[in-house]
Design a binder for this molecule. Structure first.
Ligand code: ATP
Length: 348
């Protein structure tokens, strides 16, 4: 059992704020993903939980006990890095066994534990190979097995898939999801890849510049982004965001007029997702020539340029038109997201 609480957790270097007032309770067995662009403070947060970095403020509690002053080795957390960090001179078996030796696990238990961990990541046939004789994906699985073998209370994974090619990333991602289900260990997973976050997480924390922007299930983050940063970071393509003006419930922007919205008069940012928009030959609410067309296989992406920004709508795969043809888009009201033009915060 391991519930982790972060209370006002902060890290500064001089006047630079790496992480600011992070507050969160991570439930026992939860799979939590920290998501955000490079430099937003994900790794620093994780390193503080692991004990590899001293917080400059706040507390970390594991099962109700403050662990700020505990050495990394006493925190019962296992960390998997993007760089694998395997010992090149040891074979796979020895690499996986290493944490058992360090922690003084009785020798008689080693073989069974190593074999069980290696079977979980399907490395049974590679136990005698050295890391240099393995593919990137196999090396990453050794790193996973080495974390599993200890049966820690908490798993910390820092971009474990980022060195793998796209195809391997998808299959290893599936394996991590399956493993985490099987092991039921509290996991904190760092990534800048929103697809990884959405597919793996029970809950996602979106961070920017050291500050938590939103915490929620993948669906909540996707369907109700708390602000324009989250809206533009989660989803592929990013949510369309158009700057305009609201007056009497009607939103206007270049080539755009959408009526029947509920928001105060004044400048506003309107957002909608490409898949929620309807493409019509004419009579829509956003009308402009087609800027580009992309065939995605299962659908066609149509893009227009509105006031200098690209606005995309997903339509049928059989849709055919030419760049420059006039086109219009309708956005069902329930799929319109409204944000404060100044702060970017969600309205309503
Ligand atoms: P990435 O995805 O690139 O790893 P990240 O979100 O994990 O990014 P962190 O590694 O947590 O980001 O870094 C957060 C910020 O703190 C960055 O701007 C980084 O430059 C800064 N930082 C990290 N370590 C130090 C340090 N030892 N001294 C000063 N600044 C640091």
């Amino acid at each position: 059992m391991a519930e982790i609480q972060l209370r006002n957790l902060s890290k500064r270097w001089g006047s630079f704020v790496g992480v600011k007032d992070f507050n969160l309770t991570i439930a026992d067995r939860e799979f939590l993903v920290l998501l955000g662009p490079s430099g937003c403070g994900k790794t620093t947060t994780m390193r503080m939980i692991a004990g590899l970095e001293d917080p400059t403020g706040g507390e970390i509690l594991v099962d109700g006990k403050v662990v700020n002053d505990l050495e990394p080795k006493d925190r019962d957390v296992a960390m998997v890095f993007q760089s694998y960090a395997l010992y090149p001179n040891m074979n796979v078996y020895e690499n996986i066994r290493f944490p058992l030796r360090v922690r003084g696990t009785p020798q008689a238990e080693h073989d069974e534990k190593v074999r069980r961990a290696s079977a979980m990541v399907e490395l049974d046939d590679f136990l005698h190979r050295k890391p240099a004789e393995l593919s990137g994906g196999q090396r990453q699985r050794v790193a996973l097995a080495r974390a599993i073998v200890r049966q820690p209370n908490v798993f910390l994974m820092d971009e474990p898939l980022s060195n793998l090619d796209a195809k391997l990333r998808v299959s290893t991602r599936a394996q991590i999801k399956n493993l985490s289900h099987e092991l039921a260990i509290t996991t904190i997973y760092v990534t800048h890849d929103q697809i990884e976050a959405m597919t793996l997480a029970d809950r996602v924390v979106v961070m920017e510049k050291g500050i938590v922007q939103q915490v929620g299930s993948p669906t909540e983050i996707y369907d109700r982004p708390a602000n324009t940063f989250v809206a533009s970071f989660v989803g592929s393509p990013a949510m369309n965001l158009i700057q305009g003006t609201m007056a009497g419930g009607t939103f206007t922007a270049p080539a755009t007029r959408i009526t029947g919205l509920d928001a105060p008069d004044g400048p506003i940012t309107l957002g909608f997702r490409a898949e929620d928009a309807e493409v019509t030959p004419e009579g829509g609410e956003i009308a402009a020539p087609i800027y580009t067309l992309e065939l995605l296989g299962d659908a066609t992406m149509v893009s227009l340029r509105i006031g200098g920004v690209l606005v995309s709508a997903k339509t049928d795969k059989s849709f055919r038109a030419e760049i420059g043809d006039p086109i219009s888009i309708r956005v069902p009201r329930e799929h319109c997201h409204l944000f404060d033009a100044g702060t970017g915060a969600r309205l309503g």
